[in-house]
Design a protein around this ligand. Structure first.
Ligand code: G
Ligand code: G
Ligand code: MN
Ligand code: NA
Length: 250
């Protein structure tokens, strides 16, 4: 297809960019890290969402090449940040089925000179289900090297609390479906409270995603949620704008 051909060309010519969205400590609104988000603006097709091209890359076997280029760019950009903030990077489900993923990631970090302790990998519940043994092995190898693992979109998909019992994760990212209703829907507030209590007991860090206004931030902070992310704190921005943002915020 046209999209597939364009994606192939974009990967070969290395034009897919990475943007960064701040993650803040809710106690003081200080930036603690950034999530890397792939951005592709094709001259003919216009802006194509990663929600479209990442699954296509997985299906066509391009995901390794794409993800390696994105991680390299993200880590290189993060090396120029004025403080040692963490970098959070999304891993796709196909990567969690490929036993070569951990060594590939660690070798990129080595080449770029990026400390694995500053990297967090976001994975979804569904992705871990896919090929559980391989995924467990990859996660264990990466954590052994100091990389941290966060469970993305928590509360959606085929949630399985049982996965949390295996202590494979360092952090939970509460899906924005709950966050966006926290001040209008009692049920969402109760669910978030329960997640926070559970995470405290399991010694898991928590990020609330999709915070869009001040009242949501205040509410989450009062409930004891440690970190937040969303348009209220900053939209994803390219590496130059991110550097400017960091210099303006310190
Ligand atoms: O940025 P946006 O909301 O359009 O992202 C849509 C989806 O694409 C999200 O689920 C996000 O996690 C995913 N995504 C964005 N960048 C990457 C990436 O570099 N790798 C992978 N695997 N997924 C990404
Ligand atoms: O699946 P994942 O959680 O990785 O998706 C992250 C996506 O959510 C990013 O692509 C980003 O564009 C989007 N996003 C980030 N903050 C907000 C927000 O405050 N509101 C909405 N609607 N989307 C957001
Ligand atoms: Mn994510
Ligand atoms: Na997320």
């Amino acid at each position: 297809t046209q999209l597939e051909q364009a994606l192939r060309n974009a990967i070969i010519s290395d034009v897919i960019d990475v943007h960064f969205q701040p993650i803040v400590a809710l106690s003081n609104n200080q930036v603690v890290g950034f999530e890397a988000l792939a951005r592709w603006n094709d001259p003919d097709l216009g802006f194509v969402s990663p929600g479209v091209f990442v699954p296509l890359a997985e299906e066509r076997g391009f995901i390794d090449a794409l993800s390696e280029a994105l991680l390299r760019k993200a880590a290189e950009a993060a090396l120029s940040w004025p403080r040692e903030l963490f970098l959070s990077f999304n891993l796709s489900s196909a990567q969690l089925m490929d036993p070569g993923t951990s060594s590939s990631i660690l070798s990129i970090l080595g080449r770029v000179g990026f400390d694995p302790h500053r990297l967090e990998l976001e994975i979804t519940e569904t992705a871990v289900m896919g090929s559980a043994d391989t995924a467990n092995r990859i996660i264990a190898d990466l954590r052994q090297a100091g990389v941290r693992i966060s469970l993305d979109d928590f509360g959606t998909g085929q949630s399985s609390l049982g996965r949390l019992r295996d202590f494979m994760f360092d952090k939970i990212k509460i899906d924005r479906a709950f966050v966006s209703r926290i001040n209008s829907d009692r049920a969402s507030e109760h669910i978030i409270k329960a997640i926070l209590t559970m995470c405290e007991g399991l010694d898991l860090e928590v990020v609330a995603e999709g915070i869009e206004d001040y009242l949501e931030a205040v509410k989450l902070r009062s409930l004891g949620c440690g970190m937040g992310q969303g348009y209220h704190f900053g939209k994803p921005a390219d590496s130059i704008a991110t550097l400017r943002f960091l210099h303006e915020n310190y």
